[in-house]
Design a protein around this ligand. Sequence first.
Ligand SMILES: [Fe+2]
Ligand SMILES: [Fe+2]
Length: 261
Amino acid sequence: MRREPIVLFDNGTHQCLCFDNLVTGEGVQTNQFLIVDNEQYMLLDPGGDLTYTPLSLELSKHIPVQDLTYIFASHQDPDIIAALDKWLLHTKAKVICSRLWARFLPHLTANYLAVSHGISTYDRIIALPDRGQSIPLGNSQLKAVPAHFLHSVGNFQLYDPISKILFSGDMGASLVDDAQPVTDFAAHLSSMEGFHRRYMASNKVCRLWADMVRKMDISMIVPQHGRAFVGPAMINAFLDWISQLECGMDLMGAADYSLPR
Ligand SMILES: [Fe+2]
Ligand SMILES: [Fe+2]
């Protein structure tokens, strides 16, 4: 049963919406986000074929979808940007992603886009430098924030200084079915632990990231899967936990690299 998107922020001219229940069937739950400012529109991590149709239908209740200004792809995964060709064909959006992925994304689009529609995938991509950059949207300035190796080699998050929301991609993700705020951090850990231990590259990068985030003015951290961390107590609990988590290559040893029998 579809329900309305969660309104994360709305001051009349600037809005952040979260679509948290578009996945049906076998895919892992995902959150898709729309930021609106003065008739410009940014869609974050729209996903693949699984979410394309329900998401574009839901978006059309809120905005003229073909006028989408940007699609922000935090990294290259299937649940992030696999339906790239449909978004390029049906909207005029530019796609923002790491420069490390810009030259690989054309592999997600079919030749018919160029041949029949004159659409060059590469020309529609804004390739972010490693240190990130500001992105103007309406009267606001959004920030593409470095999150490399959390978990992709070229990984960005999006910080919105107006709502003070950090859209954190896979960082902080939990394997649950909704995007309601976390209320009991200890109870929530079991839905995050396995994912972060394997999908995050190492404690070093988690700590560097957490140290950066502590210096930012943030009202909520909202991941691309599962529940949000709202307010200083939950945000600090998450940053403290991830700062000390051993993960990824910290946990790898010789036994993990042996020939299967
Ligand atoms: Fe991912
Ligand atoms: Fe993801």
